[in-house]
Structure formats: C-alpha cells, structure tokens
Design a protein around this ligand. Sequence first.
Ligand SMILES: Nc1nc2c(ncn2[C@@H]2O[C@H](COP(=O)(O)OP(=O)(O)OP(=O)(O)O)[C@@H](O)[C@H]2O)c(=O)[nH]1
Ligand SMILES: [Mg+2]
Length: 444
Amino acid sequence: MGCGGSAPAEAVSAPASNGAGNAIKAGSAYESRNIDQEMERAKAEEEGKIKMLLLGAGESGKSTIFKQMRLLYGTERSDDDLRMYGVVARSNIVVAVRKLCSHLRNLGLEEELDRESRENEELEEGDHSSMTCRQAYDELMAYLVDNTATASAQDPMADMGGKKDWVGQSPRAGLAANNDAKQFLAHHESIRILWQSNTMKQVWAKRSAVNIIDSHKDYLNDISRIASPDYRPTTQDVLIARVRTTQVVMEKYRIDNIDFEMYDVGGQRSERRKWIDCFDQVTAVIFVAALSEYDQTLAEAKRTNRMVEALELFRSVCNNRAFSNTSIMLFLNKKDIFAEKILYSDIAAQRPFCDYAGPTKDFDHGILYFIQKFKDCLIDDDFNDSFIHVTCATDTNNMEFVLDSTRTIIMTDVRHACLYFLNFFATETTILISEFKKVWLPWC
Ligand SMILES: Nc1nc2c(ncn2[C@@H]2O[C@H](COP(=O)(O)OP(=O)(O)OP(=O)(O)O)[C@@H](O)[C@H]2O)c(=O)[nH]1
Ligand SMILES: [Mg+2]
C-alpha cells in the first residue's frame, strides 16, 4: 500500500493469526477448515472496514483534520510527540519572521519602522524593555535573513535562568527545524518587540504575497510562553503546527464497532504521484480546499492561484474512475481566515474570480460563490449540498460535528450500497445511492 508513517492512534488488532505455537499439520482437514474460516473472517473484516482518504492541495488543512481525528477518536500524544511539536512551533515562528522581515523591506517600510521607533522613544511609549522595534528588526535581519551578523548570538540557555528547557531538541523534527528552534530561543525578545510594532501590522495585512501561514499569528501573539523553559505545547499549538506531509500516512480507529482507516497525503504537486498508491477500495474521499486562499499563489508555483489549483484538482478527483463508487465530501476549510480576509481582500479583484458579482465583504455570498465554482467542476450533477461542509480545521468543536456527520453519511451510504446490491440480485428496484444522497440536510 505504500504507507509510511505515524504510529496508529489506536492499536487495532490485526486479524488473529494462527499463533506461533500452533503449528499447522499438513493434511489435517480440521486445521485447513480453520484456515479457511480465518481467511473468510479476515476478508469480511477487510470488507467491513471504512477507508477514508484526505485529498487536496498543499496547506489546505488535510493533516490538521487528520490530527483532529486522533484528538477525537484516538489516544493522547506522548511527551516525545509534544517535544517534536514544540520544536516545530518554534521553527514555524522563525520561518514566519523571516518572511515578514523580508516583506517589510520589500514593501519599503524600513523608514516607517525608523519613524515608529523615534516616536516611541520621544513619547516614551512602546516596549522599552531592551530595544526599539528598528533595533529588533536589524537584529532579526542580520541573524535570520541576511546572515550578516558577525557576533555570535546570545546563548539561548542564558535566558532560561539555568532551568532545563522542557522541549529541548527533537531528532524527529529534523535538523532544519531544530536549528530554527535554537534561533528562536536566541532572538525571541526581538521577535516579540518587532511583532508588536504598528509597522509589522501593515506587513501582516499584506502577507498574502509571501504565503505566511495565517494561524501562526497565534504563535506570534504568545512568544514569551513559547520561549519559556516550561513550554509544553497545548492541543491548539499542536493543531496549528505546520509540517509539510511528504509521505502517505495512515491511522486506524475503531468507532462504534466499525474499523476506520484514514489516509493523509501530501498535497503539493511533487507529492501527488504518491496518491495513486492508496486509491484502491476507497469508501470515501474528503476533499479539502482552503476558502481563504483565493488571493494566494502556490508555494511550489508562484504564478498559480491556489483556489484555481484546488478547483482543478477537485475536478480531476471527482471525475477519476477510481472513485466512481466512492462518496466524495468537500470540506471548504479555513472559514475563520476567510471571514477575516473577506473584509479587506475583494474576491472580484482576483483575476480568476473577476466574475464575482456579489457584495464585497460578504461572507455568505463569498462562500456560495465558491461552492458554485466547485459544483461547476462536476460532469454530472450528482453532488448534494449535504456533502459540502464549511469548516475550520483548527476548531475541535466544529470538527467534531463535521467529522461525526461525515461518518454517519459514509456509514449510511455503505449500508445503502449493500442494500442496493442485495435488492439488485433479487431483481427489485431500490433507492439508488445518488437518490439517497438527496435526502440529507443541507450543509451547515
Ligand atoms: N486558522 C486556520 N488555520 C488552519 C485551518 N486548517 C489548517 N490550518 C493551518 O494551515 C496550515 C496548513 O495545514 P496542514 O493541515 O498542514 O495542510 P495540508 O493540507 O496537510 O498540507 P500538505 O501536507 O502540504 O498537503 C497549518 O499550520 C494549520 O494549522 C483552519 O481551518 N483555520
Ligand atoms: Mg499535510
């Protein structure tokens, strides 16, 4: 199957084997019947299992939904896991700061930063703990962006008052992330000061051009906590941590006596050739697209609009023969960021969406417009609104509701598929799955 990866969230026992001590006697009819029965049972188990695939472009939120599944139905994370996410969180901050500082310079806002620093000093406002926002910026540019610093950075441990850092280093996070996490500890005070400046607020408002992960604002608002030696990532920190998926990962769950296999794949273009490895016997596909990315371009192809890419990908998934008998759910994700972004970034101002005729700054009209765009990708009209959810993958309450109703739809769909085939053989007409879909309530 080509699945790499993570430890299963819940240990689901493999079909019982004959056991090491039970050597099978050749020619024994009894043993042979046992094996047959065992194989039948394993086959029935395999057939009863629900296989769900998360598909979508990079950064749409697939792995975040995968994490929510574990949170809702799986086991708790180990300390080792949390340490890895601690390193990832710190390195995510450094990645964001590099982009923000470079963007500040490209936007020609350095003078603005100078002026803000002078004004703060004159008015005795701002954060006077150690440096001005301009000094903080210069330090970050020298150490994190341009690498022009000659003096070595302050020892990160000196700041911790001799206390051991709980997160420390995590080999699982990789070398680059560990190095960035170290940089974070050395420069967290400058990051905090620069982040609080008004100039940085202007840069943040123009972040679409440099693909910054919006949810990392929560990290930036909480620098001191994350820099503390006692820092232990919270559930929310884990949810917003960004690690690009580079292999197919599968986790198993047993929910209400039904076995689920959930697959997460990498969504960036270079990762998609691996998808085919898990296209066999899929019960349901959850296609994830980020609503908020209508004004952004791909990380891997700077000229391609992310929403256009998601629509094309959705079209090819829906019309793929491998999924002709598969339920496809559409999760229009990142509704929280969409709600915020719609207030200052006009949909119609984006070239691919210049046909948007609804009012500006209008969440509902914006969402209905994009739903229609996704529906337009389908060859036939066999896609009911109940299969579309507008989601916020970082919100556990929202995901609990969405994943629960998705599970119900899939399970009912499976039952009806069985019913259909039973009745087909009895030459009776029964409800078609496509018809059945139509009775579900609209999306929420
Ligand atoms: N605010 C907000 N952030 C989200 C939401 N969904 C995902 N994110 C964040 O977006 C970033 C990317 O999400 P991932 O789940 O890693 O995206 P992915 O689809 O797995 O990306 P690939 O692995 O590259 O395919 C993460 O930092 C998430 O925390 C959402 O609904 N709201
Ligand atoms: Mg991922």
